[in-house]
Design a protein around this ligand. Structure first.
Ligand code: SAH
Length: 471
């Protein structure tokens, strides 16, 4: 039974009709069921081979293209199709925007059953490449081989890689030569670090066996010109560590923060690790409208700085502040939105779960000379309670910017109890946003909704909704 269920099927001449969740495009099987495809563009006509069958849909891939969509464009990146990073690079940007807008609107209407005002068109990103200020590359001694490499009889050289995880493969890394997401000298640093490490016999990590020396590298750029590079080693090897770090410092004198971590844990997250500053500062600065934000190796900062500025301006505009309001900024991270709106508010209270982020928020506020903000740390559903409101005041406006999961139902209920006159809901996942908004629709009206594209070439989309209290 189970075997028959997952039998591969071929469907011929399927028209790809849509693009949506998780970046996949959509066709229809002869029985009307949806087929999700990772490698097509709406408008293509393709033969499909399925590899997964579910009650309501298939997953498959296009194996033959009969005709190509006029929404296509030539992908710029040589790694497109293998690297999982920029799945929509073969779709013209204006259509990427169209599908992102559609996804947001559909989610709000179909999942949330919400009444929408006239939707203002999605705000595209001026930079469609090289827009990311943070990239993390992984070292591996078992580089992913492309089909072409496997089939060729060329000498494939060593198997070391410095690049990105192949989607769905935790231990396979694609070696990257040029990534189109982060400005120079990001590519130059990565390629030189790899070249030098291979030349000097530094061991690349083996995830499966948990062996090797070089683990990950993070590069953070900033619109201020600051540049952070952080190497993560699996174990201490002073001679090799200094050899590499000194070489990086010499070759790239523009690095203002060179740091490292020695992490022998099974996983490579650094949040519980000590970051050691090798050269320069232990932080960089980002700047926005004259505000400075100090960012250390562990800090969260919106990854598309220019577009984050647009997102924040929309958020502030939606908040409609006159200078008298008490504003709560829920899920404040390092307090960027709170500080961004502070000048137009009487007082702003930021709440966030990560203690380090709150320390950074306080430090940044002080640095910026902002005195009408306060920050508190804690899990939102616990800390944002009646006592908290009694102590810090009843907000006129709540700005909320939760993670992908959206808000806990207790947090939504607490917002409903507090009943501020305006709520600005910033979301990176319009499906959970729709779910949360549905819980509020008896008391709040959606006045504006504005999608913002922070991540060109991917399916990700941010959405800002303004709610006003009914009567
Ligand atoms: N508004 C910020 C960050 C938004 S990201 C900015 O624009 O930079 C979402 C934030 O929610 C993260 O900082 C994350 O640490 C925080 N968070 C996630 N779950 C939380 C919870 N249960 N309680 C409080 N904060 C949480």
């Amino acid at each position: 039974m189970a075997r028959r269920k997952n039998k591969r099927q071929i469907f011929e001449h399927v028209e790809v009709i849509d693009a949506g969740a998780k970046g996949k495009t959509i066709g229809k099987a002869p029985d009307g069921r949806v087929i999700f495809l990772p490698n097509a563009v709406p408008g293509d006509v393709v033969d499909v081979q399925t590899f997964k069958k579910r009650k309501a849909y298939f997953e498959g891939k296009a194996i033959k293209f009969h005709s190509l969509s006029n929404k296509r464009t030539e992908p710029k990146c040589e790694h497109f199709g293998v690297c999982g990073g920029c799945k929509w690079q073969d779709m013209e940007y204006k259509y990427q925007l169209e599908y992102k807008q559609k996804e947001v609107t559909n989610n709000l209407i179909r999942l949330g059953h919400l009444d929408l005002p006239e939707v203002t068109p999605i705000l595209g990103s001026e930079e469609q490449y090289f827009y990311r200020n943070k990239m993390e590359f992984s070292f591996s001694d078992s580089r992913w081989l492309t089909q072409e490499e496997i089939e060729s009889d060329r000498d494939l050289g060593d198997r070391n890689a410095l690049g990105f995880h192949i989607p769905g493969m935790w231990d396979k890394i694609l070696d990257i030569d040029k990534c189109w997401l982060q400005q120079d000298p990001s590519n130059a640093i990565r390629n030189e670090v790899k070249r030098f490490s291979v030349e000097n016999g530094l061991e690349f990590f083996n995830t499966r066996n948990q062996t090797g020396f070089l683990r990950t590298m993070m590069v953070r750029t900033s619109t201020t010109g600051d540049l952070m590079v952080m190497l993560q080693f699996f174990k201490e090897h002073k001679e090799h560590r200094e050899l590499l770090l000194n070489h990086i410092a010499e070759q790239f004198p523009q690095i203002s923060s060179l740091q490292y971590v020695i992490n022998s844990k099974a996983n490579d997250t650094i949040y519980d690790q000590e970051v050691i500053c090798y050269k320069g500062q232990d932080h960089i600065f980002e700047e926005m409208e004259g505000l400075k934000f100090k960012i250390n190796a562990k800090s969260f900062y919106q990854t598309n700085s220019l577009q984050a500025y647009e997102l924040y301006k929309i958020t502030r505009d939606f908040a409609g502040l006159t200078g008298d309001e008490l504003v709560y900024d829920l899920y404040t991270g390092t307090g960027t939105i709170a500080q961004f709106v502070a000048k137009q508010a009487h007082r702003v209270i930021g709440v966030e779960a990560i203690p380090d982020a709150i320390s950074a928020a306080k430090e940044n506020a002080q640095l910026n000379g902002i005195e009408n903000v306060d920050f508190y740390v804690g899990d939102m559903k616990t800390v944002f309670n009646d006592d908290f409101i009694a102590e810090h005041g009843h907000p006129d406006v709540i700005i909320t910017d939760p993670p992908r999961d959206g808000m806990h139902v207790a947090v939504v209920n607490q917002i409903l109890n507090i009943a501020p006159k305006r709520i600005v809901y910033v979301s990176c996942n319009s499906a959970t946003q729709a779910r949360d908004l549905a819980l509020m629709k008896a008391s709040y009206k959606i006045v504006k909704t504005q999608a913002v594209d922070m991540f060109p070439q991917t399916h990700h989309v941010e959405n800002v909704v303004l709610l006003e209290k009914l009567n």
